[in-house]
Ligand binder design. Structure first.
Ligand SMILES: Nc1ncnc2c1ncn2[C@@H]1O[C@H](COP(=O)(O)OP(=O)(O)OP(=O)(O)O)[C@@H](O)[C@H]1O
Ligand SMILES: [Mg+2]
Length: 252
């Protein structure tokens, strides 16, 4: 449903000998299938967010093409990609003084009816109803704004949902329900789901893991076979069993 064809994102860089250019995304080819759950992981600064932003049209493509449901969307604006069914949750969501979660949901869905808005909040589950009247401003906690961002993406009923590190700042007890929610949305609406994450819980939930390193796609496949590479890249130390481990990176 989504094809990345020889994709590059190149920026000016005068700090290396490479003709003043740096490939942040360096020739990525991959086809995402409809209704599958993908986790994109890799070291900090490897290009995960840049790749996600290329798909949404936030970053301009330097070279290559993106095909979504058979249509070349490479030159489409963010708005047109959004209209075609792609939704995006930012790693660091924007804050707007004077705009409430209710306003944001109404903009994302076109729904203003109170009962229907409440239904969306209930469907998302991870946001209390009281969030509806919260302002999306600087007073919102890091975790609260991530929940609101995720809820707004789900409420748009996208065909392809992209979440950039949805668990950042989220309390430990919400991460499980968040994964279940994304899985439920996938099962009920066949939402193709791309989650950028370092979190083992999301990696375990994924059908397919993609590892990005230095702008290149260096692994696609299941979690088990990705572990040696992940350990090698020092993303974090992942072990099938953490029993007896003293390593601070060992996630349980
Ligand atoms: N528009 C840009 N211009 C120049 N450099 C950029 C631009 N966007 C990203 N970069 C650089 O590209 C690299 C990859 O950034 P990106 O945000 O994609 O990393 P990431 O894999 O998402 O990292 P993290 O795990 O820390 O979120 C970084 O070194 C970043 O500074
Ligand atoms: Mg990132």
């Amino acid at each position: 449903m989504l094809e990345l064809k020889d994709l590059y994102f190149t920026v000016p860089d005068n700090n290396n000998g490479n003709a003043g250019k740096r490939n942040i995304i360096d020739g990525i080819n991959f086809t995402f299938e409809k209704g599958k759950f993908y986790a994109i992981t890799g070291p900090n600064g490897s290009g995960k967010t840049s790749l996600a932003k290329l798909i949404m049209g936030i970053n301009p493509i330097s070279q290559g093409r993106i095909i979504f449901e058979g249509r070349d969307i490479s030159t489409l604006s963010i708005t047109d990609r959004s209209k075609s069914g792609i939704a995006y949750s930012f790693q660091q969501p924007a804050r707007f003084k004077g705009i409430t979660f209710r306003d944001l949901l109404s903009i994302a869905t076109g729904i203003t009816d109170e009962k229907k808005l409440l239904e969306i909040v209930l469907r998302v589950g991870i946001c209390p109803l009281s969030f509806l009247d919260k302002e999306i401003d600087a007073k919102l906690s890091g975790g609260e704004i991530k929940k609101i961002e995720l809820a707004t993406t789900i409420a748009a009923n996208p065909k392809l949902a992209i979440y950039d590190e949805p668990d950042t700042g989220i309390d430990l007890w919400t991460i499980g329900p968040m994964v279940n929610l994304l899985k439920k949305e996938l099962a009920e609406h066949s939402t193709t789901t791309l989650v950028v994450s370092h979190n083992r819980v999301f990696l375990e939930a994924a059908d397919i893991i993609l590892i990005v390193d230095k702008g290149r796609l260096v692994y696609t496949g299941d979690l088990k076979n990705s572990l040696p590479l992940l350990e090698n890249l020092s993303v974090c130390t992942y072990h099938s069993s953490c029993e007896g481990e003293k390593d601070a990176g060992c996630l349980r």
